[in-house]
Design a protein around this ligand. Structure first.
Ligand SMILES: NC(=O)C1=CN([C@@H]2O[C@H](COP(=O)(O)OP(=O)(O)OC[C@H]3O[C@@H](n4cnc5c(N)ncnc54)[C@H](OP(=O)(O)O)[C@@H]3O)[C@@H](O)[C@H]2O)C=CC1
Ligand SMILES: CC(C)(CO)C(=O)C(=O)O
Length: 304
């Protein structure tokens, strides 16, 4: 079994490292990370254990090599460029996105007929080049044929991931799971980034009042899109967010906060921006999500 990772950063290198215990992996990542991994190995700390993984990596895929599965683990704004650059390798492989937001699987499906959606609700933080800390985990990874349905390729991938020591379940409604994760990211990431606080602080009454509006708007859009979520109403989801998801990731600083702090562009267009864009298609007004997008873009512009 051969598995490649494209756009391997905090998430991709960590998953690649774990999988290197049970199959052949190759990670396409930035030179600073491949240099560090070649000299000292990938150093992984935190709740997935203390590890030093050695596996091949570089700035491009080795030519003419075939992979059974290819993971895309870049930020969403880089998905299209990565697919274009690697279109030859992608067209004959099963391609799995482990990214946040709405739209990655649709982009990937322009390049291959075999798309697997992946949802990971674990926190990964950089601790230096080739060094990642796994901080929190709210649920097992989920993978499933995109947009939905059972699949034997998905089952064999899940077996390998589980053997590598990562908790995973297969999901016949992965589109719903991805929208469910996006609901969480819409609610928490931008306010955490603007206020520069970890998720746990967002139980504050004023923050919660904004979160409630974000989730109600996002729910309306999900319904119009025909997405089946695990929760039958926005209030049921808000109760789950409040009582289960926030407590189990309370210490985490959202990836959006980390991007803003590092002076990078965020994934806002694929998170709250996707709610606004899909809302427009269905004539659903999403004023709170729109305001949040504008605030994050303003924040990004201050970094330029
Ligand atoms: N970090 C987390 O805790 C979690 C993140 N996610 C999601 O997973 C995805 C990845 O996140 P994360 O791992 O944190 O992101 P990172 O920024 O750590 O990793 C992505 C890496 O891909 C690199 N990259 C971009 N384009 C290319 C390219 N063409 N060739 C090679 N490398 C490239 C980036 O380089 P550069 O820095 O130069 O852009 C970066 O090093 C996102 O969608 C995120 O929202 C999901 C769950 C948890
Ligand atoms: C909380 C976490 C790490 C869960 O996967 C996340 O989605 C993010 O920071 O954007």
């Amino acid at each position: 079994m051969k598995i490649a990772f494209l756009g391997a950063g905090a998430v991709g290198l960590s998953v690649a490292g774990m999988l290197s215990r049970v199959c052949d992996v190759y990670a396409v990542c930035r030179k600073r990370h491949s240099d560090a991994i070649q000299s000292q190995g990938l150093i992984l700390s935190g709740i997935w254990g203390e590890h030093n993984f050695r596996f091949p990596c570089g700035e491009t895929l080795p030519p003419d090599e075939k992979f059974d599965y290819i993971f895309i683990t870049s930020k969403s704004q880089d998905t299209r460029e990565i697919c274009r650059t690697n279109s030859e390798a992608i067209k004959d492989s099963s391609v799995i996105s482990l990214q946040n937001g709405i739209g990655n699987e649709e982009i990937i499906s322009e390049f291959t007929d075999s798309v697997i959606g992946g949802m990971i609700i674990t926190g990964f933080e950089w601790r230096g080049n080739g060094k990642v800390h796994v901080s929190v985990q709210a649920a097992p990874m989920r993978i499933g044929r995109f947009p939905s349905g059972p699949d034997k390729d998905v089952n064999s991938l899940a077996d390998i991931i589980q053997k590598a020591g990562i908790d995973v379940i297969t999901d016949e409604n992965i589109r719903g799971a991805l929208w469910g994760k996006t609901m969480y990211n819409c609610a928490l990431n931008p306010i955490g980034a603007i206020m520069q606080v970890p998720y746990g602080e967002l139980l504050n009454d004023n923050a919660w009042s904004v979160i409630r509006d974000i989730v109600h708007e996002a729910f309306d859009v999900c319904r119009a899109e025909g997405v089946t979520l695990e929760w039958s109403s926005p209030d049921k989801y808000l109760a789950f967010l409040h009582d289960t998801q926030i407590p189990s990731t309370a210490e985490h600083h959202s990836s959006m906060y980390q991007d803003i702090s590092a002076g990078k562009k965020t994934e806002i267009d694929f998170i709250n921006g996707a709610i606004v864009e899909k809302g427009n298609l269905h004539n659903i007004d999403t004023p709170v999500n729109r305001t949040i997008v504008n605030m994050i873009k303003f924040r990004e512009s201050l970094n330029k």
